[in-house]
Design a protein. Structure first.
Length: 448
């Protein structure tokens, strides 16, 4: 029995979906923090469960040549990134391996995974930051959580966020002191300011700040003016009120304190309005590559496309360039409202949006005789509802373009589709999240 504190020399055989190495001790699974496939390492066990254990590397017997010094000072303490200890080129290969393993082990399919499309400059790419705020030993801490905890690692700069985020971290610390804002204590459920969320338009140099507070902050307008003084490109300043004892960042009420309701950003030729709660991919550069790939997969003679889980209509607008008609379906009413605005901004006439659950709306459309030539699926991490998959399968839709950032649920759903007669034509991963274990996939499936 593997116990906490014991030391072992193990060979790392593979990598799991969380970016940890996989090793075995007499057949027992051990995950190795920051371990790389092929390495032989000495580890000390720090977590022991019934079915697995987790160990930390304390020495190398054989070290992988792809290892690199992390360019971030807090990488090994911060939970924001997971793969900065290896070269970027090898990160892409590790992600391809993660996808390949999910398809084989969960999807029960052996298919060629194309090389991951990476970034020319894999830093400063994120257009959204969610930053927890707390107090430790009487001092304000602003940064990101330590892995698997709510312990905030104090951060002065983050090299995967836009440079404006670095300045905002300093500004919120100054504002807390200047306006005597009480910082929220998670354990006691006391205090006010809990999070800062920043959204940054890369195309138009516009900045949105949302401070999340237990109650409405006193001097909110003065705080907003202070942020505007420190950041001249600030376009919108909000307070989100979250009085609940919860791990969720946002509460139900969001108040505009200063500025415009939205900021604008651009993907390809399309302009999008972004509100505080809009879903918008965090990497605009790679998103354009992703959506162009989805459009490329559409047949030239495509008449009707359903875009399930359409959000604010980003993919739908791209699809409109090739399809004669696109229906976008989304459960969030505010997202549907934003989607309609985005069609008007971009003067797109061949897209309609429907509010509702994709698993309810799409079967209804199909029952009304609206049989799509293709369905684009971009579900949340939990994957597609079985009812939706069944409706697509039963209507004999010719093409399915499945977009996912979660290989395990993607592979699960691919298994269902393949067993129902669909053939995988191509799997193209795209690195939307450099230096993390996350990876986006776009899969083309067709039925003869």
């Amino acid at each position: 029995m593997v116990k906490v504190g014991e030391e072992y020399v193990v060979k790392v055989d593979g990598i799991n979906s969380q970016g940890q190495g996989i090793a075995h001790i007499e057949g027992f699974v051990v995950f190795v923090d920051y371990g790389l496939p092929g390495e032989i390492v000495k580890i000390r066990i720090h977590t022991a469960k019934k079915d697995y254990a987790v160990g930390k590397i304390i020495d190398f017997v054989e070290k992988d040549t792809h290892r690199a010094d992390p360019p971030c000072d807090v990488f090994f303490r911060c939970g924001g990134c997971h793969l900065m200890h290896v070269s970027y080129e090898y990160q892409l290969e590790l992600k391809r391996m993660i996808i390949e393993d999910a398809f084989k082990r969960i999807g029960k399919v052996d298919v060629y995974i194309k090389p991951v499309i990476g970034m020319e400059y894999p830093y400063r790419y994120r257009n959204k930051a969610k930053i927890p705020i707390g107090v430790r030993n009487g001092k304000i801490v602003v940064g990101f959580y330590k892995p698997n905890t709510h312990h905030i690692v104090n951060v002065k700069k983050c090299i995967v966020q836009h440079e404006d985020t670095d300045g905002l971290i300093e500004t919120v610390k100054e504002a807390i002191k200047k306006f005597r804002i009480e910082v929220y204590n998670e354990l006691e459920h006391k205090g006010e300011i809990r999070f800062m969320v920043a959204r940054r338009s890369f195309a138009f140099d516009e900045l949105m700040v949302i401070l999340v507070s237990k109650n409405m902050l006193d001097n909110a307008k003065k705080i907003a003016r202070y942020f505007k003084y420190k950041h001249p490109n600030l376009k919108s300043f909000y307070i989100n009120i979250n009085p609940k004892r919860t791990n969720e960042i946002f509460g139900e009420e969001t108040r505009l304190i200063w500025g415009e309701e939205v900021i604008k950003d651009k993907i390809g030729d399309f302009v999008f309005e972004i509100s505080p709660v809009s879903f918008f991919q965090v990497n605009s550069i790679q998103t354009e590559k992703l959506y162009n790939k989805a459009v490329e997969y559409l047949s030239e003679d495509t008449n009707l496309v359903f875009d399930a889980y359409c959000g604010i209509g980003t993919i739908s607008l791209f699809l409109s360039k090739k399809a004669k008609k696109v229906y976008g379906i989304e459960i969030e009413r505010s997202a549907i409202e934003d989607a309609w605005k985005n069609t008007r901004i971009n003067k797109v006439k061949n897209v309609e949006f429907i509010w509702g659950r994709s698993e309810e709306v799409i079967p209804r459309l199909i029952s009304e005789g609206k049989i799509p030539d293709a369905v684009v699926l971009d579900p949340p991490r939990k994957g597609c509802d079985k009812v939706l998959l069944d409706a697509i399968i039963n209507s004999n839709v010719k093409q399915i373009i499945y977009i996912s950032c979660y290989p395990s649920t993607l592979a699960r759903d691919i298994n269902i589709l393949v067993n129902s007669g669909y053939k995988i034509k191509e799997v193209q991963p795209i690195d939307m999240f450099p230096h993390t274990f996350h990876v986006e996939n776009v899969v083309l499936l067709e039925k003869d």
